[in-house]
Write a protein that binds this ligand. Sequence first.
Ligand code: BJW
Ligand code: ZN
Length: 247
Amino acid sequence: MTDTEQDILINAARTSLAQAERTAILTGAGVSAESGVPTFRGAGGLWRQYRPEDLATPEAFARDPKLVWEWYDWRRQRIAQAAPNPAHRALAQWESRKMGFTLITQNVDGLHERAGSLRVLKLHGDIWEVRCLRCGTTSRDERVPLPVLPPHCTCGGLLRPGVVWFGEMLPEDALQAAWRAAERAQVFLVVGTSALVYPASELPRVARNQGACVIEVNPAITALSSAAHIRLRGQAGALLPRLLDFS
Ligand code: BJW
Ligand code: ZN
């Protein structure tokens, strides 16, 4: 695609976004890639020799909680060193200027909130939360690195990360709100996700089936690309400030 063709697509996307009264946005790991947070799949997606599917499961945690915690502790350190990038900031600024805006994220890194986003539907939890497997208490622990792995609760129980693993249900309130926003959206913007993980991957399709214009921002072709009306190939940090600047 030439630069001129991409410019035409950006203008079309910008106009749709500017005119929409209800917009939903789904972000994935790619939105934080330019902040230095590794994505799950593709280049740099491996930690040691493990894939996310080997570690982000209750079975993996039951088998070897120390190993799984080592992965999370390493990621927490990377995230603590990272700062929000222009994509996070553009979305936060947009929320403050526009009604009918719903930000849905699969990310657990908290960078949307650190950029100033106030309402974020977090589908896969929060890496800074820990939950006790014995007493069920959830709390925040932002220490990096954690002093002892695996960490334990004051009750003596084993703590797990407050995230959603494969085979687990998503937080019901956030998922319901995300589904409703997808059903109502006139424009659905999908940023930096491979769209391989269910049920988040269904949201753009739900929106499309209800008549929304689906816009994808991603440097690569994804499982969703063929269903998107406008495909913008590039990095979120470069494209989102251009898409969302309609002052
Ligand atoms: C850029 C960029 C730049 C790079 N700018 N872009 C068989 C068939 C179908 C479904 C299933 C199945 N078996 C089981 C399922 C269900 C399962 C699932 O979907 N599995 C598939 C893998 C097959 N889903 C679940 O289990 C979910 N629960 C559920 O369905 O409950 C009901 C149920 C219960 C019991 C049985 C069955 C169903 C839960 C899913 C939880 C996912 N959890 C994780 C870990 C979270 C905690 C943590 O962070 O550690 O969530 S896995 C991981 O993947 C993480 C992510 O949020 C998620 C999505 O990844 P994402 O964000 O798309 O990242 P990447 O790396 O894949 O892609 C990055 C993209 O960015 C790429 O496209 C790049 O090109 C792009 N990019 N730089 C813009 N600068
Ligand atoms: Zn406890």
